[in-house]
Design a protein around this ligand. Structure first.
Ligand code: ATP
Ligand code: MG
Length: 566
């Protein structure tokens, strides 16, 4: 696309793929139909990088009145499993997208086989009995042509016979492959007689033992797109050099059949790379298998189920994808942007509750023993529709340890002897002193309250500098809080020479077991979005229970990582 066109589409807020789609529509390609697909290989859980592809594939279909189907690219039974299929369906639904059909590449095994047989019969494919090393060694380099295999011109009948044997399990795995016979001197290495079928002696999660010869990605993907009627096959940049081969096989497949040139077209965008994490399925598998994290949905994982358990909303992920956009060059995006998107969304979505992570006892010495009061707490100051809930006030409270200081600097607007602060939704109190244990640690803080200052009362708008959150000791529920941080301690673990295991952040998880929350928070279930006031965004973990609540920290209220780095 020219620079002028780029500028035009930018003005209309289109990304470059949308620009292409509009051009294709205006040229009447594929009779003006729009059909995309999202093609995951069911060999792992979806991660935030997949979310970028999902937003593109489903987004284009939604925007242009088309359909996006799901196609499981299940052509390698070694690593695939139903567990992954199920999780992928769940995660796409959670992100908020609806597919048309669910297809499986394995549904096309027979059609692909028939096509391969046709190519052999037309002298365009042959069975090669060399090892993969020998084949690689003959491939040449981008500037040097490759050398032909000694099997390249073997009789068609022989190839047909061996191809059948490959599929019946009559020859060992690795002993032979089927190669397309194209051009060993082509400057595009993918044209140098690419392998299109190999033997895998493994049960397939859908087709069982029916097949032993399985098609390679390049032979399955484009043809599957064609069988389904895909119009725009959108993928990531590493497939740019595969595109001519994609087109070649489709040309061969539809030869003489379709004069109107109905065909899928491949377009590529940049994949998502994020700082402080990895997106390679191999590495994510290793993290899970070697128990370096606690499963695919460990809240430190970049997987969608991990982010969900961490308390990210689907909207925050979609907003983040929107923020970073789609380009034609690879980049590394800052994890802090994902966190900023979460903060922005959760600010609107999260219910405000009180929690004390490092408790310190505060006694209001002039408040009658045994007395309690119900205070009104606003659920979300951003949205009155969230309503209010009650929180109990009493003589003995919990406050955060860091909200008291015996000898405080001038600008300390929290609790220190002689100074006033407001207890949120309750009274103004004045600190009168503290009691220390034998080790010198402060064990209890004393204060007196001003009965005229209760929030909401007329004349209670007396201003004091600091506002603290608090919990009633007799009502608060003991809680476990899991503080998560970046999984890796280096910015770009994938570019590091060291083994990625050595780069894990040793402080990525801190478990606090001596925290307290208000009963209202203890009763929230997994999937709800909470803000612990003055601390950050949290979500109840899947193992939470009202009598033993457990929370995961989604993100702090402010970006503390930037500071830590200095
Ligand atoms: P692998 O092929 O190594 O198993 P993959 O990450 O490519 O892993 P697929 O299941 O093949 O996994 O991916 C499905 C789709 O998601 C593909 O179209 C792929 O291009 C896209 N995708 C995968 N990772 C990213 C990423 N980091 N950013 C954007 N799109 C991605
Ligand atoms: Mg892939």
């Amino acid at each position: 696309m020219s620079d002028i066109q780029d500028e035009k589409s930018e003005k209309r807020g289109l990304n470059f793929v949308e620009e292409i789609v509009e051009r294709d529509l205006s040229e009447g390609k594929n009779d003006g139909r729009i059909q995309t697909r999202f093609p995951p290989e069911p060999n792992g859980y979806l991660h935030i990088g997949h979310a970028k592809a999902i937003c593109m594939d489903f987004g284009i279909a939604e925007k242009y009145g088309g359909v996006c189907n799901l196609r499981f690219d299940d052509t390698n039974p070694q690593k695939e499993d139903q567990e992954y299929v199920d999780s992928i369906l769940e995660d796409i639904k959670w992100l908020g997208f609806k597919w048309g059909h669910v297809y499986y590449a394995s549904d096309y095994f027979q059609k692909l086989w028939d096509f391969a047989v046709r190519l052999i019969k037309e002298g365009k494919a042959y069975v090669d009995e060399q090892t993969s090393e020998q084949i690689a060694e003959q491939k040449g380099t981008p500037t040097e042509p490759g050398r032909p295999s000694p099997y390249r011109d073997r009789p068609i009948e022989e190839s047909l016979d061996l191809f059948n044997k490959m599929n019946k399990g009559e020859v060992p795995e690795g002993s032979m492959v089927l190669r397309a016979k194209i051009d060993m001197a082509n400057p595009n290495m993918h044209f140098r007689d690419p392998v299109i079928y190999r033997i895998i002696n493994r049960r397939h999660h859908r087709t069982g033992d029916k097949w032993k010869a399985y098609p390679m990605y390049d032979f399955a993907h484009g043809q599957s797109d064609y069988f389904e009627g895909v119009t725009h096959s959108i993928c990531t940049l590493e497939f740019v050099p595969h595109r001519p081969l994609y087109d070649y096989f489709i040309d061969e497949l539809k030869k003489g059949k379709d004069l109107n040139d109905h065909r899928p077209r491949q377009y590529e965008f940049n994949r998502l790379n994020l700082t402080y994490t990895v997106m390679s399925k191999r590495k994510l598998h290793a993290l899970v298998d070697e128990q370096l994290v606690k499963g695919w949905d460990d809240p430190r994982m970049p997987t969608l189920c991990g982010l969900r358990r961490r308390g990210y909303s689907p909207e925050s992920i979609r907003n983040f994808i929107n923020m970073i956009g789609y380009t034609k060059y690879d980049a590394l995006n800052d994890y802090a942007m994902l966190e900023a998107a979460a903060r922005e969304d959760l600010n609107k979505r999260a219910t405000r509750v009180s929690a004390v992570l490092h408790p310190l006892k505060l006694t209001i010495t002039n408040y009658p023993e045994g007395q309690t009061e119900q205070m009104q707490a606003i659920n979300n100051p951003e949205d009155p529709d969230f309503g209010t809930h009650e929180i109990t006030f009493s003589r003995e409270l919990w406050i955060e340890r860091e909200d008291f200081m015996e000898d405080a600097p001038k600008k300390y607007f929290r609790l220190t002897p002689g100074k006033e602060v407001r207890l949120k939704n309750a009274y103004i109190i004045k600190c009168t002193g503290c009691r220390k244990g034998d080790d010198g640690q402060v064990e209890e803080v004393y204060a007196e309250y001003d009965p005229e200052s209760r929030s909401g009362l007329p004349g209670a708008d007396r201003k004091v500098k600091g506002t603290l959150h608090w919990l009633s000791r007799g009502h608060a529920v003991k809680a476990e809080v899991r503080l998560y941080d970046r999984l890796f301690s280096v910015e770009n673990p994938s570019a590091d020479e060291r083994d990625f295991r050595e780069l894990l952040n040793p402080d990525s998880l801190e478990v606090l077991t001596d925290c307290y929350v208000e009963p209202f928070a203890a009763n929230q279930t997994a999937g709800s979005y909470l803000q612990f006031q003055r601390i950050g965004y949290f979500t109840p973990d899947k193992c939470t229970a009202p009598e033993h609540p457990v929370y995961n920290r989604t993100v702090n209220l402010k970006d503390t990582w930037a500071k830590k780095k200095d």
